[in-house]
Design a protein around this ligand. Structure first.
Ligand SMILES: [Zn+2]
Length: 119
């Protein structure tokens, strides 16, 4: 996997964090006059607040968040709802996701057992 491959955003833990970030970002884009890099920075601050309040490990870096927005704008990745929880999650654009179940509704057995550095 390349350092900034789109595949990173679809692996289990990064997908949960990236999806959280992009939901914040899309809310800001839709409901405020904040756009482009300002929206990314404000969304990232809210993401960090959420991580801190919930005592979670930071998985998404600001560079990754910026890269994620670029992947979505270029339609390499897209956001679709989970058929179980109705939350919005990041997926590859070219894959078929008619019955997508997110990583929180269908937690893989090895989820969270590897210790990865924040990149
Ligand atoms: Zn779900």
């Amino acid at each position: 996997m390349l350092p900034y491959s789109e595949d990173w955003f679809t692996s289990w833990q990064p997908n949960v964090h990236s999806s959280l970030f992009i939901n914040i970002y899309n809310f800001i884009i839709k409901h405020t006059n904040v756009h482009t890099i300002d929206a990314i920075i404000k969304s990232y601050k809210l993401y960090l607040e959420h991580i801190e309040i919930n005592s979670l490990q930071r998985v998404l870096s600001l560079t990754r968040a910026w890269t994620l927005v670029r992947f979505l704008e270029s339609k390499v990745l897209r956001v679709i709802p989970c058929t179980k929880c109705k939350g919005n999650f990041i997926v590859h654009s070219l894959e078929i996701h008619s019955n997508h179940v997110c990583g929180l509704c269908n937690i893989p057995s090895r989820a969270g057992k590897t210790k990865k550095k924040v990149a």
